[in-house]
Design a protein around this ligand. Structure first.
Ligand code: SIN
Length: 553
């Protein structure tokens, strides 16, 4: 067995989206060394594609209580109210901090409004009863990521390892060390030279983003493979509420342009959803049949309504109509979406926009406290990988960027307050540690990896999507069991390539989603099972927890 290199840091952050870089930023304030591992380039992340913005109370006509209330309503009885309040109330400070680092949010003057020109323009999205979304045009995530990349690049004590993919966590149970489970770092594959090394640190923070690639249709970029949740699960951490997968109602429906989000902010500016009753008929509004907030209803309601209308009418998509605004207004408020639609041959001011739902956000994840602490000592999680209790059974739009900015500060403060005890590396760690597979090699089984990858994404879409039944979930369970066995039995001991690491992660996450969905015997928020179409009051606030038996590690 090859003894591989060990690199030592004070802190490790896995992932370089908004949550990851904000964690690195706050951890670095102590002057200690921070390593950021990111599997592609630093800004290749889900955060960069967030269009809508950051939900935060900044308007005098708004209040923390109202933001909390909207979050709880969307969360359908599954939010942790204390976590919601803590995150909502910490919002303004986080916004001020990122502005001080250089973030630019759109002002009313920039949109041509004469009243209150210096204040920020506030957008509205589904489930919000007030305008409270700060935005940077329609590329908010890209703007915040830009600022954090620049900030991190300027920190001498932060080293960013691009093209480095974390494979698994180094935890005491897996190493056979006594005592409760404790994280010491992670194994990392350098995709450029194929070498694997061990990175050790007092704390390891998972901020690997979402898992949209588990589904055939998604708004997420290729990097969203759920690697954080998968690694934490394999290490024995508690994983919560993975049945709550959010499907964004409006992804552009186009044969060549895939995964392009049409922001909910359009509906905040009055766009309405329409569908054709039959081919060639004029599309008509339908959301009045489903919810009093109509096209601005919470996302779970809207996505299910679209799914049901598409099945009822046999149409391949529905439409967004925002033609009541002028071309000039739309270009100014939604420059990126306008340009992308135009490229697709759609002028938003004149044409209807064809849209379909697609997997967008994982509301569950690694169970954490509001300071990011997980059930494993020394392991923290933030952003979409984490389940803090903010989102419950259905995330309120634009609450995720808020969470990604708020949690890291509380996390870094907690870590610094007990750094010495976290830094006490077990004396036997180096002896116990080894890497049990061979080094990375090129796989001649690429076709099998690609096939398994496609198969998972297709059956997850068909059987574990917006509309679920127990039979479909059981079918999915049988298939994923086989694929997981194949991965572990035929490949894992021989090859470790980035593709295989990702396949193994999406398979783990797919199984977690299926198992959590099978466990929840009701329909709530984003989880709809036609065999249990009711809400069970007994299950309110009861998390679905999955934890790998530590004895089997
Ligand atoms: C959107 O702009 O519709 C997405 C915002 C979000 O997912 O929070």
């Amino acid at each position: 067995m090859k003894i591989h290199e060990i690199k030592q840091f004070d802190h490790i952050v896995i992932g370089s989206g908004l949550a990851g870089l904000t964690c690195a930023y706050h951890l670095a304030k102590s002057g200690r060394s921070v390593a950021v591992f990111t599997k592609r380039e630093i800004d290749e992340c889900n955060s960069r594609f967030a269009q809508g913005g950051v939900a935060c109370v900044t308007d005098k006509l708004d209040s923390f209580d109202e933001h909390v209330a909207d979050t709880l309503t969307a969360g359908a009885g599954m939010c942790d109210e204390k976590a919601v309040r803590a995150i909502v109330e910490a919002g303004p400070e986080a916004i001020n901090e990122i502005i001080s680092l250089g973030a630019k949010f759109t002002t009313r003057a920039e949109l041509g409004h004469k009243d209150d020109p210096d204040s920020f323009d506030l957008g509205r999205e589904g489930g919000h009863h007030k305008r409270r979304i700060l935005h940077a045009g329609d590329i908010t995530g890209a703007e915040l990521e830009r600022v954090m990349v620049k900030t991190i690049r300027e920190k001498n004590n932060v080293t960013v390892f691009e093209n480095h993919i974390a494979i698994d966590l180094v935890v005491s149970k897996r190493l056979g060390l006594p005592g409760s489970n404790r994280c010491f770092g992670c194994y990392v594959l350098n995709s450029e030279n194929g070498e694997i090394f061990t990175a050790l640190a007092a704390t390891t923070t998972i901020a690997c983003g979402g898992a949209g690639k588990v589904y055939l249709y998604t708004s997420n970029p290729d990097v969203a493979c759920g690697s954080g949740v998968a690694m934490a699960y394999r290490a024995g951490a508690k994983i919560a509420n993975m049945e709550f997968i959010q499907f964004h109602p409006t992804i552009l429906y186009h044969p060549e342009i895939r995964s392009f989000l049409i922001s909910e902010a359009l509906r905040g500016e009055g766009a309405v959803l329409k569908c054709r009753e039959k081919r060639n008929a004029e599309p008509v509004e339908f959301m009045q049949k489903y919810h009093p907030m109509q096209s601005l209803a919470p996302r779970d309601v809207v996505a299910r309504a679209i799914d049901s209308e598409m099945k009822r009418t046999g149409e391949e998509c529905v439409y967004l109509d925002i033609r009541h605004h002028s071309e000039e207004t739309l270009k100014r408020r939604f420059p990126n979406i306008f340009a992308q639609c135009l490229e697709a041959g759609i002028n938003m001011a004149k044409d209807l926009i064809p849209v379909v739902p697609a997997a967008h956000f994982v509301c569950g994840g690694i169970k954490t406290e509001v300071n990011g602490a997980t059930s494993i000592l020394g392991l923290y999680a933030a952003g979409e990988s984490a389940c803090t209790g903010l989102h419950g059974a259905n995330r309120l739009a634009s609450n995720s960027l808020l969470e990604a900015m708020v949690i890291p500060r509380a996390m870094a403060e907690d870590i610094e307050s007990r750094f010495d005890s976290l830094n006490a590396i077990h004396p036997d760690i180096r002896k116990a540690m080894n890497w049990t597979t061979g080094n990375a090699t090129n796989s001649d089984e690429q076709i099998l990896i690609a096939h398994n990858w496609d198969e998972i994404r297709r059956f997850m879409w068909d059987y574990v999507g917006i509309y679920r039944t127990s039979k479909r979930l059981e079918r999915a369970k049988n298939r994923i069991k086989l694929i997981r066995k194949e991965i572990e039995k035929y490949y894992w001991d021989f090859i470790v390539t980035p593709d295989l690491v990702e396949l193994r992660n999406i398979a783990t996450v797919a199984e977690l989603i299926i198992d959590s969905s099978l466990k929840r015997k009701e329909s709530r928020g984003l989880h709809y099972n036609a065999d249990y179409p009711f809400l069970d009051p007994e299950l309110e606030c009861v998390d679905t927890i999955i934890q790998r038996d530590v004895r089997s590690l």
